[in-house]
Design a protein around this ligand. Sequence first.
Ligand code: COA
Length: 166
Amino acid sequence: MEYKIRFYPYKGEKIPPDFKYDQNSEDMINFLNKSAKKCVRELISKIFIIKSDESDFLGYIAISLRSIEKDKLSSEKQRALYARPAIVIGQLIIDKKYQGRGYGKAAVNFVIAIAKFLKVYLPCRLLVVDAINEKAKTFYEKLGFRAIPDNPLTLVLDLLPLFKTI
Ligand SMILES: CC(C)(COP(=O)(O)OP(=O)(O)OC[C@H]1O[C@@H](n2cnc3c(N)ncnc32)[C@H](O)[C@@H]1OP(=O)(O)O)[C@@H](O)C(=O)NCCC(=O)NCCS
């Protein structure tokens, strides 16, 4: 059964008490509960709460703008490839009860749609994420992200082939 997914701009929500997560996701829980308001107010992050008919709080995604810092890239070739305007997925978590149903993938596609919309006004070449562990890395690799050679947990999706226009 497929449920329609919806994304709502964060308005100070907290993680619900019945939200299930692993201990290694605790930083993401703390981020929403403790730091999110300040990050949004200070225009550092934009956060969306993920909902569907199944749940009013499936999880959340936080995005921001940056590029991969040049001094983290070892060679000129790496810098040419990766030092580009980027949207970074800072946090993405789906309630364990609802994982494996396509919600994480839909959240990444939502960010791609934002980048596509944005490019009318402001170019954005890459989607970047710092995976928290190998499991998360595999998830992003399945969606087409590739690890940068200098840092195997930093993954990049080149948006150019997806947005071919002229
Ligand atoms: C990573 C996470 C967001 C994935 O969300 P999800 O809703 O379970 O993922 P989806 O159901 O959309 O999966 C999309 C694809 O990735 C695959 N996938 C998901 N998790 C995977 C994993 N751990 N290992 C391998 N493949 C995985 C799915 O099989 C699916 O493949 P398909 O399209 O071929 O069927 C979720 O597991 C989560 O919240 N984990 C804890 C927090 C976390 O690690 N966040 C990432 C921060 S960097």
